[in-house]
Design a protein around this ligand. Structure first.
Ligand code: ADP
Ligand code: MG
Length: 352
């Protein structure tokens, strides 16, 4: 072999590492929205506004009224694997949406990112990152909270840009992310704004913070997100099994749909996609619905963090229960109970 031609092993520089990581975390504008809104929620925001232009491809801006970032911490917030949310390696005990410290550096590697923020009792400051390079921290004009602006997502990675769908499809995906998080957090207000034409733009979705008892607040929020018909047909679901708690709403079989479009699962407050829910719903409604009809349900499973692993996938949209059978059994039993109480016996009601 030609020893001179042997490749040299080199440590990648930070910008390259961030760009590679971004490939996993940030697939499209909606994934950037998910990361930024989750950061706002972790910062205890009560009002969050998401503005987008051109399907989020040219502009995304998330504004929150949360605790903010101190000027001196801004560079750290943008550094890789820097997070204020877990200390050390306590990955078994996670109570926030974020913990990897990857979103902001990733976004800074695939677009032009500006973070302006003001922490309580401090001066507002902002910093811009472009192509992985951070500018100076400068004073900013901001009363409270944080404004994160992401311009020209993927402009530096044309291959990724080419895979994006139409503006319409990207807007649809952004809307889904925001609606899911709005269901997870009824006490937070959300505004979605299309600013493609410049200026104030046009509000495309808005929900005010819901007040009161958790179930009432959730019920009202689901009415606003999924429609009043869902809320009117929704049965309150509650249950508990071996340390797992279930709550939420599931619709009467008569409200079923031709596709599984209204099935949402949240594990410890986090929206997840899991076949577990699809299977459990099918099992619970088996006596009430034909195979081509799909029940509608919004369910929350809460359990001690060590009972579920959220660290399965960089976007954290998948979870792994330590005892999936317990979770499934809990859901099926609670739903069957609620359906039976509602008087929908298998023999008397089969939805068409
Ligand atoms: P993670 O959310 O995993 O901690 P991020 O890269 O998303 O990682 O954010 C890095 C850090 O920046 C967070 O841990 C937090 O301290 C800070 N931060 C990000 N967004 C906000 C925000 N909207 N309000 C307050 N702090 C924020
Ligand atoms: Mg985050």
């Amino acid at each position: 072999p030609d020893l001179a031609a042997r490749p040299v092993i080199r440590q990648l520089d930070e910008a390259a590492i961030n760009r590679i990581a971004a490939g996993e975390v940030i697939e499209r504008p909606a994934s950037a929205v998910k990361e930024l809104v989750e950061n706002a929620l972790d910062a205890q925001a009560r009002q969050i506004e998401i503005a987008y232009a051109d399907g989020g491809k040219t502009l995304l801006r998330v504004t929150d009224d949360g605790i903010g970032i101190a000027a001196g911490d801004l560079p750290l917030a943008l550094a890789r694997h820097a997070t204020s949310k877990i200390d050390g390696a306590d990955l078994l005990n996670i109570h926030t949406f974020g913990f990897r410290g990857e979103a902001l550096p990733s976004l800074g590697a695939v677009g032009r990112l500006t973070i302006a923020s003001r922490a309580a009792g401090a001066e507002a400051a902002e910093v811009t990152v472009e192509g992985g390079r951070m500018g100076p921290v400068r004073p900013a004009a901001l009363n409270r909270g944080t404004v994160v602006t992401l311009r020209d997502l993927f402009s530096a990675t044309p291959a990724r840009l080419k895979f994006l769908r139409s503006d319409r499809a990207e807007v649809q995906a952004i809307g889904e992310v925001v609606r899911r998080l709005a269901m997870a957090e009824p006490s937070v207000g959300f505004t979605l704004r299309d600013v493609s034409g410049g200026g104030e733009g046009r509000v495309t979705f808005r929900v005010a913070p819901e007040q009161g008892d958790l179930f009432d607040a959730l019920h009202r929020r689901l009415g606003r997100v999924l429609g009043s018909e869902f809320a009117e047909n929704a049965l309150r679901i509650e249950g508990e099994r071996e340390g797992l708690r279930l709550s939420g709403y599931a619709a009467l079989p008569t409200y079923s749909r031709g596709a599984a479009v209204a099935q949402f699962l949240f594990v410890n407050g986090r929206p997840v996609r899991d076949k577990l829910l699809v299977g459990a719903l099918r099992g619970a409604y088996a006596d009430f619905l034909s195979r081509d009809r799909h029940p509608a349900a919004v369910l929350f499973v809460d359990c001690p963090p060590e009972r579920v692993d959220v660290n399965v996938h960089p976007a954290k949209s998948e979870v792994r229960f330590r005892e999936p059978g317990v979770a499934r059994g809990l859901i099926v039993t609670a739903l069957r109970h609620a359906l039976a109480e509602a008087g929908h016996r298998a023999s008397s009601t089969v939805a068409d």
